[in-house]
Structures are given as structure tokens and as C-alpha cells.
Design a binder for this molecule. Structure first.
Ligand SMILES: *[C@@H]1O[C@H](CO)[C@@H](O)[C@H](O)[C@H]1NC(C)=O
Ligand SMILES: *[C@@H]1O[C@H](CO)[C@@H](O)[C@H](O)[C@H]1NC(C)=O
Ligand SMILES: *[C@@H]1O[C@H](CO)[C@@H](O)[C@H](O)[C@H]1NC(C)=O
Ligand SMILES: *[C@@H]1O[C@H](CO)[C@@H](O)[C@H](O)[C@H]1NC(C)=O
Ligand SMILES: *[C@@H]1O[C@H](CO)[C@@H](O)[C@H](O)[C@H]1NC(C)=O
Ligand SMILES: *[C@@H]1O[C@H](CO)[C@@H](O)[C@H](O)[C@H]1NC(C)=O
Length: 358
């Protein structure tokens, strides 16, 4: 009798446990709506694509990666993780691997096409020595991945897969740093925006519905630009064109939304304003140094890039810039976490909570 009731209690307990586990799993499924993440962009989100072809835009040597798990350089232009890693963390997915690391994979949880030096315009790739995967090439690669997925799981399953995936795009700074003398800056920006719109439409036509589009930051305040100024001040002209571009980008996105309606949803991240606040009020965010790079040599550690003979700062968490162009892991983390936390201040059209829940 005793033994029997104890068996009963045990059964009840395990039943209960299974029910609880099932509930937990359901909740997790509900929280994790994003099937896969596809990343497009430049060195701010490159996780190693440039390791796989000839280019001068490389970061797979020390002291890059010094704070990455294992302390190894991976091709990220950072002391540790970069924005792509924090995007993935916030979405609850592993960091999408570089496309070129395994071209024939199905990449069911997503893949990164981002490439250091890349821009929106093909002309960001017009030197044989400093090759990049420019945006339209990244979209061509995505088409290959999408076609392979359709072959494997069928058209309607592939459609559902793409529709519940996140498309993150971080690009434009490299184009803006090369405004040619043959064009007016406004003409050049208009060309950037129309080319960008064409590529977004192409992605949308291939099934992409949820986009995170990041604007351009205060590119006039990177150490490489400050040292062009005898007073170490930001390059106002570079920042001015970044603001003009960002404004144009926001109207381009609104126009796309009005054309594509329900089949195009996006969050626009005003990284310009956030990085501005960060540079104005560093201690509010835990930074002590927002002008000089951590790794390099010479004035503001920006005369020489971060290479194995350079010097680097002891505490990478109190510097905004890792090298003369790129943010530290600490800076990328704050930027991306603020994007995902946000409030209307820096994120428009819709916030990430809403976008991810669609
Ligand atoms: C690309 O490479 C060429 C030849 O080495 C060089 O002159 C040019 O400055 C490089 N461009 C960039 C953006 O690094
Ligand atoms: C840019 O390059 C792609 C190939 O990646 C090509 O199809 C396209 O026509 C080029 N665009 C321009 C404006 O040259
Ligand atoms: C886009 O967002 C709207 C609500 O703002 C929603 O009705 C629509 O289903 C969304 N589209 C997709 C493809 O998720
Ligand atoms: C490094 O900087 C961070 C951010 O300012 C600070 O919290 C931390 O205490 C510093 N670490 C050391 C060892 O000084
Ligand atoms: C984001 O929000 C969470 C929870 O409210 C908070 O713990 C975290 O510090 C926030 N992160 C940033 C970067 O604001
Ligand atoms: C995100 O947007 C939704 C719907 O517009 C709103 O209910 C929610 O409060 C917003 N979240 C934050 C953190 O602002």
C-alpha cells in the first residue's frame, strides 16, 4: 500500500515535470521567433569573410582578437566580439558564420556576407589589391543560399523560413569616405541611396521581410579623421555628409515601406545620434577615452594601424575605439544593446521587440 502510493506520487511528479518542461519549451519557442539571421555589411560586422580572398582589408593577425574567447584573431576588426556577435546574442542565435568559410552549406540559422572595406557601390571594389565583397555581390551570394534552400526544403517552406528571418544591414561608411571629385557629394549620396534601395528590393523579392538597417555613425570622429585636424577635433565635413546620407536613408526606407506595405518591415537605427551622445558624455557609458585608438602608434594611436608591432592600451573596456577606425568590443556592445533595448529615441519605424515579434 505504502509502496504503491509512493509510485503514484513519483508518477505524478514526473508528469508535472514533463508538463512544466513542455510549457517552458513553448515559451522559449515563442520568445525566439527569428528563424535565422542574414548579415550584410562592412568591417563593423565582418566575422571573417575577408580571410578567404586576397585583400589588404584584413584583421586576422594580432592584436585583433586579444579579448576574443581563446584570444585568437578571427578576422573581426576588434579586440574581441563585434556588432554582429551582439546582434546574434540579442536575437538568441549563434553568430552567423562567414559565407566564404563554407560556401555550400545550407546555413539554416543564417550566414554573414559582410566584408571589410565593402560599400553599397561597386566602385568600393575597384582596386585589385583591396578587394571587398561589395553589396550587390553580397546579395548575389544570398541568392545562391536562397536557391539552395528552396531545392532542399521546397518553395513554401523556404518562403516561411525567410519571412521569419532577420536581415541586418550595416553599410555605407566606406562609400562616404570615398566621395569622388568627379561628382557632387549630393549626387554621390543619391546614387548610394538608389543603389541601396534596388538591393533591398531584390532581397525583399527573394523573401526577406524583416530588416534592421543601421545608419552611418560619426565618421568624422574616428581617430583616423581627428588626426587630420591640428586640434584633434572631429572632421565636421565628414559628419555633415553622414547626416545628409542618414536623412536620405530614412526617407528612402519610408518610400520602400509605402511601396511594399505589409511585405517590408524594418527598424532604422540612428547610430549617429547615439555615438554622438557617447562621445559627448563618455563617463555616462563607462568610457574614459573616446578620441584615441587603443591599438596603434603615434598621434591618438592613429598614425599606424593596429598591427603586430603596434602598442595597445591595458584596459580595452574604457576606450571607445579599438583601432583608428573601428570600435572596441565594449563600444559595439553598448551600441547594439541600446538598439535592442530601445525606446523611440534612437530606433524608428518600429522597435526591435515589435519587429522580432511579427
Ligand atoms: C587600394 O589600393 C591601392 C593600391 O595599393 C591604393 O593606392 C589605395 O589607396 C587603396 N585604397 C584604399 C581605400 O585603401
Ligand atoms: C555591380 O556589380 C554587379 C555584379 O556584382 C553587376 O551585376 C552590376 O551591373 C554592377 N552595377 C553597376 C552599376 O555597374
Ligand atoms: C509587417 O508589419 C505589419 C504590422 O505593422 C504586419 O501586419 C505585417 O504582417 C508584417 N509583415 C510581415 C511580413 O511580417
Ligand atoms: C577598465 O575600464 C572599465 C570601464 O571604464 C572599468 O569598469 C574597469 O574597472 C577597468 N578595469 C581596470 C582593471 O582598471
Ligand atoms: C537593456 O535593458 C536591460 C533590461 O532593462 C538592462 O539590464 C540593460 O542594462 C540595458 N542595456 C542597455 C545597453 O541599455
Ligand atoms: C516597442 O513598441 C511597442 C509597439 O509599438 C510598444 O508597445 C513597446 O512599449 C515598445 N517597447 C519599448 C521598449 O519602447
Amino acid at each position: 500500500m505504502e509502496a504503491c502510493s509512493s509510485v503514484k506520487t513519483k508518477l505524478l511528479h514526473s508528469c508535472c515535470l514533463i508538463a512544466i518542461l513542455l510549457l517552458l519549451q513553448l515559451n522559449m519557442l515563442r520568445a525566439q521567433k527569428v528563424t535565422a539571421m542574414y548579415v550584410f555589411g562592412d568591417s563593423l560586422v565582418d566575422v571573417g569573410n575577408n580571410n578567404y580572398f586576397e585583400t589588404i582589408f584584413r584583421a586576422n593577425f594580432p592584436f585583433n582578437g586579444i579579448d576574443f574567447p581563446g584570444g585568437k584573431p578571427t578576422g573581426r576588426f576588434s579586440n574581441g566580439k563585434n556588432a554582429a556577435d551582439f546582434f546574434a546574442e540579442n536575437v538568441g542565435l549563434p553568430t552567423p558564420p562567414p559565407y566564404l568559410s563554407n560556401k555550400n552549406d545550407l546555413f539554416l540559422k543564417g550566414v554573414s556576407f559582410a566584408s571589410g572595406g565593402a560599400g553599397i557601390l561597386n566602385s568600393t571594389n575597384d582596386h585589385p589589391l583591396n578587394g571587398t565583397i561589395y553589396l550587390s555581390k553580397q546579395v548575389e551570394y544570398f541568392t545562391e543560399v536562397q536557391q539552395r534552400l528552396i531545392k532542399k526544403i521546397g518553395e513554401s517552406a523556404a518562403k516561411r523560413h525567410m519571412s521569419s528571418s532577420l536581415f541586418a544591414v550595416v553599410i555605407g561608411s566606406n562609400d562616404l569616405s570615398k566621395i569622388p571629385i568627379t561628382k557632387s557629394p549630393q549626387e554621390y549620396i543619391d546614387l548610394m541611396l538608389s543603389t541601396f534601395a534596388d538591393q533591398l528590393k531584390k532581397l525583399q523579392g527573394l523573401g526577406a521581410h524583416k530588416f534592421v538597417i543601421v545608419g552611418i555613425g560619426q565618421i568624422g570622429c574616428i581617430p583616423a579623421q581627428r588626426i587630420l585636424n591640428p586640434t584633434d577635433n572631429c572632421n565636421d565635413k565628414a559628419n555633415y555628409w553622414a547626416r545628409i546620407y542618414n536623412k536620405g536613408l530614412q526617407s528612402m526606407l519610408q518610400k520602400l515601406k509605402s511601396q511594399l506595405k505589409e511585405d517590408f518591415n524594418y527598424s532604422y537605427f540612428d547610430i549617429y545620434s547615439l555615438s554622438g551622445d557617447l562621445i559627448q558624455n563618455p563617463t555616462k557609458y563607462g568610457f574614459l577615452e573616446v578620441k584615441a585608438a587603443c591599438c596603434g602608434m603615434g598621434r591618438l594611436y592613429a598614425d599606424v594601424p593596429c598591427i603586430p608591432i603596434s602598442k595597445y592600451c591595458p584596459n580595452r573596456s574604457d576606450h571607445f575605439f579599438w583601432d583608428k577606425v573601428h570600435p572596441t568590443e565594449a563600444a559595439s556592445k553598448i551600441l547594439v544593446n541600446t538598439l535592442f533595448n530601445d525606446t523611440k529615441q534612437y530606433v524608428t519605424s518600429m522597435n526591435l521587440t515589435k519587429l522580432l515579434a511579427l
